[in-house]
Design a binder for this molecule. Structure first.
Ligand code: NAI
Length: 322
């Protein structure tokens, strides 16, 4: 059984999300051990993290009060899971989105951890009841789902297993706040968690509007980026309702009949047919050809002289936000 000295965080899986978590925890002054099944992945990850932190510093976007060198020195690689979890207070799993693989990792962790460390999964959509089924340490388990790119998007959804101890959620919430993220608690698990349920509701109606020929793909995206999105970047839909009238009750009195009338016209779940896929694809391909090549790859930290948002804007064009 691993001993438990305070402070250490373990990242299991050093891909895109694992590296982001490592950078965030190091920015908050935590010692981080990066574990991966591939030694080369660990070596590459440490190198990429150093370069990314340097670029962030040059762009004035480095998080935390520590220098790049200080943050880099907090992160080390480890090719033994048993050694990695020694002294850990938090283990963040970041292996590919595959239920059987994740279950295997958590079963391994279950057999080597103490009864204090938090076992957290970055899963985008696997339910805690499936991920943590029959683990001895189930009370210490939860999903902490980040949003890509986690270094710039603070939200993390905390999703408990029905048997997760409230203290596990509280500790994770406090830890993530400490590193500058914005954790939210789901009080029970639901397929898609909260972010993707909202995202899919938007995608679904966006698709119908384009498929039905109501609006072009370009103008549909402008409705969000120049309209609804600018509002929702600052306040949520419930706050908007409250502020758009004299309080929530007044909003519902005024607008609920209209909302229900429109909602009744929403069609069935889209089939995401090839015809509409092609129609949207043509437009998106044209946009991608007109922005720099680096912006059409997965998120990379901003180059010197650009702000995070400038780069973030173009990167988001092709970025899957899980
Ligand atoms: P990735 O493919 O970039 O990285 C996965 C890493 O896990 C690789 O380094 C791989 O070598 C390692 N790995 C594979 N098997 C392993 C094992 N048995 N033990 C240890 N390491 C192992 O994947 P990515 O994108 O970082 O995703 C990781 C998790 O984060 C997934 O569950 C994904 O759904 C979730 N997530 C992904 C987001 C995204 O936009 N990419 C956003 C939010 C969550």
């Amino acid at each position: 059984m691993a001993s438990s000295a305070p402070g250490g965080v373990v990242i299991v899986g050093s891909g895109l999300i694992g590296r982001s978590w490592a950078m965030l925890f190091a920015s908050g002054g935590f010692k981080v051990k990066l574990y991966d099944i591939e030694q080369q992945q660990i070596t590459n990850a440490l190198e990429t993290i150093r370069k990314d932190l340097k670029s962030l510093e040059e762009a004035g976007s480095l998080k935390g009060s520590l220098s790049v060198e200080e943050q880099v020195s907090l992160i080390s690689g480890c090719s033994s899971l048993q050694e990695a979890v020694e002294g850990a207070v938090h283990i963040q799993e970041c292996v590919p989105e595959n239920l059987e693989l994740k279950k295997k990792i958590f079963a391994q962790l279950d057999s080597i951890v103490d009864d204090k460390v938090v076992l957290s999964s970055s899963s985008s959509c696997l339910l805690p009841s499936k991920l943590f089924a029959s683990l001895v340490h189930v009370r210490q388990c939860l999903v902490a789902h980040p949003v890509n790119p986690p270094y710039f998007v603070p939200l993390v959804e905390l999703v408990p297993h029905p048997e997760t101890a409230p203290a596990t959620v509280d500790r994770t919430h406090a830890l993530l706040q400490k590193i500058g993220q914005c954790p939210v608690r789901l009080l029970k698990e639901v397929d898609g968690f909260a972010l993707n349920r909202l995202q899919y509701a938007v995608i679904s109606e966006a698709w119908r509007l384009v498929e039905d020929g109501v609006v072009s793909p370009t103008d549909l995206d402008l409705v969000m980026s120049e309209g609804l999105g600018t509002r929702y970047a600052f306040i949520g839909p419930l706050e908007t309702m409250h502020l758009n009238a004299e309080g929530m009750s007044n909003y519902c009195d005024r607008y609920s009949e209209g909302m229900k009338r429109v909602l009744k016209t929403f069609g069935p779940i889209p089939e995401f047919s090839r015809d509409t896929v092609e129609k949207v694809n043509q437009v998106r391909d044209a946009v991608c050809r007109s922005v720099p090549a680096h912006a059409c790859h997965r998120w990379a930290p901003p180059a010197a002289g650009t702000s995070a948002l400038e780069v973030g804007d173009s990167s988001f064009l092709t970025l899957p936000v899980h």
